[in-house]
Structures are given as structure tokens and as C-alpha cells.
Design a protein around this ligand. Sequence first.
Ligand code: 13P
Length: 249
Amino acid sequence: MNRKYRKTVIAGNWKMNKTPTETKAFMTEFKTIMPRGRWCDVALCVPAVCIPAAVRTMRETRIGIGAENCNANASGAYTGEIAANMLLDAGCKYVILGHSERRAMGETDADVNAKVLAALNAGLTPIMCCGESLEQRQSGITTEWITMQIKLGLAGVPEDKIRKVIIAYEPIWAIGTGKTATAEQAAEVCTFIRTTVRHLYGARIARSITIQYGGSMKPANAAELLAQPDIDGGLIGGAALKPDQFVDI
Ligand code: 13P
């Protein structure tokens, strides 16, 4: 990480875990054991129904609450969907977009792009995920794949809004598998992502963008990953479900 130019953001992604009651219990405990230092921003992205409990419990803290998805439309006949401005009004600051688990359910780069634009318009900070499968890595097309995801995902994002976007590099083969990318592998792709942003928006903006690594990050490997110059934080699944583990990271 490089704290001179950009924010370090440690974010949890709860995925489809915890009820509102469990959310309140987690947040209450987390609040008491959370160190007071200000060296990074901390976010917890939780299931939609848990947002009110999370926001209420964390009201007087610096922990930002986020959602795990949003719809690209502002309102309308989209049964079961949630718009970005609804998340903002509910107290969210962040929204995870384009997670590989959602892409596996059919979300395309065009969908991710529309959601990124909607989130930015509403005033949310999108955490836009990208990452290659094991097959793609073994075929040697990781950088091409990531370039495509970044270019399509950020299409039409204006210069004055791009600084708000957080990019999370999550190699699919490292998610929930206990198999972390080595610090070198993660660093290589995160540096490549910054280069891609530089080609799109110039050096000054590229330098200020927060790039996270996600995929089996835990207390035991976080320090080494976060020591890499282009890794500015983590997007943490499993280890964000236990207050003590998340605090340790
Ligand atoms: P794990 O930390 O459980 O591997 O999940 C990573 C992830 O998908 C975060 O979005």
C-alpha cells in the first residue's frame, strides 16, 4: 500500500451469511474490540436485510456499511431488486459490484458497468471486482481478461468520479478455497490493474485509486499482501465473519 497517495480500505464481504439478529451481535462485539487507530478505512458489506441493523449499531463509529449488489435502474418494475439510492438512504456508503459469484449467476461486464454508473450517480463508493479463473490463469490470459473487465466495467465513468471507485482483484481460484494468491502473484496483477487505469485516466488518477486484493485473506497472510506497493486493502469473505479475525487483519 501507499498511504501517501491513496486510502487503504479493508472491507468485509459477508456474502449470504448472518441474520439481522446475528448482525447486531457481530457489530456490538466488533465495536468494542476494534482498535481506535485511523490508519485505514474499514467497511462491512452485508446482506440487504442486515443493513439497517448494521447501520444502527455502527452509527457512532467510523466503520462504513455497504451492500453486496444493486440494480442499475433508479426505480421501476424490477421485483426483488434494490436501487443504489435506496442503499444510500438506508445508510450505505459502499456497494460491491461484479463479484465473481454474481458473474457466475449471469452478470455481464455490461451489467457491472451499468451498476457502477448507477452507484456513482447515487453517491455510493462502488467496489468493482475483477479476477480470472484458474483455467484462464493457466492459459496465460490473466492480463487480457483483467484488461477487458476493467475497461468494460469502467466505460463511461467520468474523470471526476473515477477516484471514488475501488477496484478489487479477486482471483476466482483463491476465493473461499484457502488457496491465497502468493503476494507476488497478487501484487503483479494489482500493479497491472493500476497500469490499465493509468492508460485510461492518466498517472495522477491511477496513483490515487485504491486497489484491494481478495481471496482467502486472513490474519496470517494479510501483512505480506498489504505490504505490496499496489495492494491498498483487502476484500475479505470468510475471515470477516468473525469479529476477532477481522480485527486482526
Ligand atoms: P474469502 O475471503 O472467503 O476467500 O472470500 C473472498 C471474497 O470473495 C471476498 O469478496
